[in-house]
Design a protein around this ligand. Structure first.
Ligand SMILES: Cc1ncc(COP(=O)(O)O)c(C=O)c1O
Length: 479
């Protein structure tokens, strides 16, 4: 008999063969011993109570108790008075098997990351500020309120409830021209881009342009690798102080471009109004498409808000949004605003990819949006990042006044321009020796060579005091 124990214990497939002639007790002992040795049961994992386990196996409770007693005495299991029986921390004998299937395959503990005074990594929001209690509340509401029929596979575009509330939000906050039918919910920007690339490939697009600097080189950038896999290798188009150079784009063979108009990643440049119009015109003149990565526009500071490019060219623009910056990357929710003529093809691509994003997560996000808690969180975080931004400007002004800071209009990163003679890599390496995480512009470039030394300074993960201390600790390197 094979049983899968579940309930409150771990899932484990265990076989008891009643016709083998072997005593059930030794079969059970061997089964648990083997599971511990080969890593299917991990140190500290809880076993079911003897009563629960006996019922599932169809044996007497006494037999399970005897079996647990034996394994306790052998050191495989551990039990404290009043608490559950668990797999012993590490006291059991080493695995007898090795290689594939043996315990030696189990990954060891990750090497401890060095503790930093300040980590200026970009691309990540303040993970410690994730609105845990709001998310728990929204999830509970979603589970309680969800209609039974909505627990089935649904429209691959995503939950109607979320698409309705999100289109209203995007029309209001991002000046998007969107209706729920043209909105597809996906697993973050990453999946959104893959789905768009799939549809572009069906349209015969064989070259996709990416901003330079932007996503790094062909080997390291997942976005560029996705494009190559979709049969559309990347061309790079430079970004200057006004954003992407549309004339160079027009001279390339690309029929699609991935851009970050509201806050270029990583330079922070906002695409100038004339360039926005030139880009939209390029798309309509060349039967081309714009993939607008609207990743951090929720956080704008002292400038006029900029709507999405999609608002001025809805037939030519796919806008991709994500909650990875507004909530946390772990939520894995994003959306695509599709040109109306292509939303059906995108829905089909989504269906083939995964039949739809988690319905309950979508309902939780809809609940957060509808309740106003999402807006409240954004307002709070805007204040948090705005203060950090001021501290960063102030700290650099005091400790390294020659260092220019740009790209500060939105988001939570900026670019520090080092003196021309500075060696970007050497600054980063020496800063790390002093326990400060600094990051150069080089990993964002595909085209290496004579580029001015710059740092991309993120302040999503680093609080005000750490920013001040971190900049003070590396000030002489920056000057
Ligand atoms: C430029 C850019 N766009 C989008 C994202 C978000 O990607 P996702 O939604 O897949 O987490 C990131 C994440 O770091 C990013 O750097």
């Amino acid at each position: 008999m094979a049983i899968q124990w579940s309930g409150l214990g771990p899932e484990l497939l265990l076989r008891l063969n009643r016709s083998s002639g072997l005593p059930l007790r030794s079969q059970l002992e061997d089964g648990i011993r083997d599971a511990i040795r080969d890593g299917r049961l991990q140190p500290g994992e809880r076993l079911p109570s003897s009563r629960e386990f006996a019922r599932e196996l169809g044996v007497s409770r006494g037999l399970v108790q005897e079996c647990y007693g034996q394994l306790l005495s052998e050191g495989y299991l551990d039990s404290q008075v009043g608490s559950a029986t668990r797999v012993a921390a590490r006291a059991y004998p080493a695995a007898s098997k090795s290689g594939p299937g043996g315990a030696s395959r189990a990954p060891g503990p990750a090497a401890a990351a060095p503790r930093l005074i300040a980590d200026f990594r970009s691309g990540v929001p303040d993970l410690a500020s994730f609105p845990r209690s709001d998310w728990v509340w929204a999830m509970r509401e979603a589970c309680r309120e969800v209609a039974t029929a909505d627990l089935d596979y649904g429209d691959p575009r995503g939950s109607r409830a979320l698409r309705e509330v999100l289109s209203g939000y995007l029309r209001r906050v991002r000046a998007a021209a969107v209706v729920p039918d043209d909105l597809i919910i996906c697993t973050g920007f990453a999946q959104g881009l893959n789905l768009v690339l799939e549809v572009l490939s069906q349209l015969g697009v064989r070259r996709v342009a990416f901003e330079e600097p932007g996503y790094g080189d062909d080997d390291t950038s997942t976005s560029v690798r996705s494009a190559a896999l979709a049969g559309a290798p990347a061309v790079r188009v430079p970004v200057d102080d006004l954003g992407i150079d549309v004339a160079t784009l027009a001279a390339s063979e690309a029929r699609a471009v991935v851009v970050t108009p509201a806050h270029q990643s990583p330079t922070g440049v906002v695409l100038a109004p004339a360039r926005r119009h030139a880009l939209a015109e390029w798309a309509s003149r060349h039967d081309a498409y714009i993939v607008e990565d609207d990743y951090d526009s929720e956080f704008r500071y002292d400038r006029e808000p900029v709507g999405v490019l999609q608002g001025i060219a809805p037939d030519r623009v796919f806008t991709l949004g994500t909650v990875s910056k507004s909530l946390a990357p772990a939520v894995r929710l994003g959306w695509i605003i599709a040109p109306p003529a292509l939303s059906g093809a995108l829905a089909e691509a989504k269906l083939l990819s995964d039949r739809g994003t988690s319905g309950l997560d979508q309902l939780a996000l809809a609940t957060l949006l509808r309740s106003g808690r999402y807006d409240r969180h954004l307002r709070k975080m805007r204040g948090v990042y705005a203060r950090r931004r001021e501290v960063l400007i102030g700290a650099l002004g005091r400790h390294a006044p020659g260092v220019r800071l740009t790209g500060l209009a939105a988001g939570f990163h900026a670019v520090a321009h080092l003196p021309e003679a500075a060696d970007e890599d050497a600054v980063v390496a020496e800063a790390l020796r002093r326990s400060v995480g600094l990051y150069g512009m080089a990993p964002f470039r595909a085209i290496r060579g004579a580029a001015p030394p710059q740092l991309v300074l993120g302040f999503g993960l680093t609080g005000e005091r750490a920013i001040e201390a971190g900049i003070a600790a590396v000030a002489d390197l920056l000057r």
